[in-house]
Design a protein around this ligand. Sequence first.
Ligand SMILES: Cc1cc2nc3c(=O)[nH]c(=O)nc-3n(C[C@H](O)[C@H](O)[C@H](O)COP(=O)(O)OP(=O)(O)OC[C@H]3O[C@@H](n4cnc5c(N)ncnc54)[C@H](O)[C@@H]3O)c2cc1C
Length: 460
Amino acid sequence: MNRLSYPGLRVVIVGAGFAGLTAAIECKIRGLNPVLVETYPGPSSHGDLLDFVRNAGRVFESWGNGKVGRRLASVSPNAAKYLDFLNSKNELLRREDWPQATDIQYVFAGHRGEMHEIVYDYAKEIGVDLQFGKRVVHYLDTEDERGVIVDGGEKILGDVVIAADGPKSLARCELLGLEESKVNSGYAIFRAYFNITPEMLEKPFFSELVRRDEDIVRCWVGPDIHGFIYVWKNGRDCAWVLTHLDDSDIAESWSESASKEDVIYYLEKAGFPEVWRETVDATPESRLIDYKLVWRDPLRTWLSPSKKCAVIGDAAHCHLPTSAQGACQAVEDAVTISMCLQKCEGDVALGLQVFERIRFNRSHTIHQASISTRDIYHKNDWTPEMVKRNPNSLVLPFYDWVTEYNVFEEVENNYGRLAADIKAGRQGSIEELSLPAGGNYDAMNIAGDEGNKLRESRLA
Ligand SMILES: Cc1cc2nc3c(=O)[nH]c(=O)nc-3n(C[C@H](O)[C@H](O)[C@H](O)COP(=O)(O)OP(=O)(O)OC[C@H]3O[C@@H](n4cnc5c(N)ncnc54)[C@H](O)[C@@H]3O)c2cc1C
């Protein structure tokens, strides 16, 4: 066994999304020596809405004695009271308490770019080696050289590579030897984020969404469509996302521009209420994008053959937004891999195998739920009566086993046992060798004939 220098283990991390930044921060805090390589020159302002619930929120809260949590909370919709679900007739289907209006802690939501900058700033503050503006063009995974080559030929080497290079991961091909396997999920998502001006407030339906003393968070559902509108920060910011059938062939990109006519077409088809049309009217066209939702089947392993390189986050499991957990799972991956690298005492291959066995079943189950949740939202003609008959069907998929998961405790409680299994050569499939997922989404299923109709329509 090749034991490497410990504690100064040099960890090459690729990609400064939430997965890579969290891994770099957690490695640094644990006395390892991370270097983070990212194509963009600075923190990315891309994106619109992103919610972190408690399983990831408790990680941010643990940094800097709560300082990062406080910063994230300051940009979240803290003054919201409810999350309302409505149908295309604008009938209220379900009202949930908004977490910040309760005593639930560690839930952060808001504009992805703002939250990303806060996490980036903390990485900088604690002295993570940030190598931005460098695009990785090759991965190296031999006994002599482990690391990356960036544009221009520079090699950045280390003892272990964590590839957090997102849904279009090069590492999946170069380190895991997999072919590109994306499939069109059949859906795309219009996304927009903008500041609200006084002129916008003159529109009657739009102004109904804006209050000075309360943030408003609403979700509309209909056949083959659903969308959220958030208005927060004393009525200053608005973001909305609308998942729709994808019958054109847009490229897989963060920044495919879209026209308002395209959005209106889908809104009219779904019969969505006037407030949607006014929100779209108010949106500056330059802030509107259409993002193709690509599905990737679960990988059988996240480790390279040497077991000294791993993919994490969306590179390992590219969620659809309907799991509402893609970034949260990326954060769990990042903490787990950093703790395992700290605990493995230089035996990187052992640490990464334990990491995979802690994460595999949980991540797989949550990843798959992004499809089933979308189908439940989309394959129904929602009425208040139907929701009354099936009270658990129209919910955000946040069960206790998802949100109350404490990643720090999970690693502490299981590292020793799983490491012993690996050393003893215990045999079995990855599912058998890994920790159980801890739960499922069965409670959302719609009962009886109504549920059968849904299942038939899914097969159609
Ligand atoms: C509309 C929408 C809404 C969502 N809402 C939620 C939500 O509410 N809650 C939630 O938990 N999740 C949500 N998600 C999912 C979440 O956004 C992703 O799962 C998460 O951001 C993935 O993080 P990541 O760090 O793995 O990847 P990314 O954020 O994609 O980061 C990858 C990074 O790697 C860099 N990179 C890539 N290739 C290279 C290279 N060759 N060299 C150097 N750098 C490279 C990229 O520039 C990028 O910065 C949503 C997703 C969408 C699309």
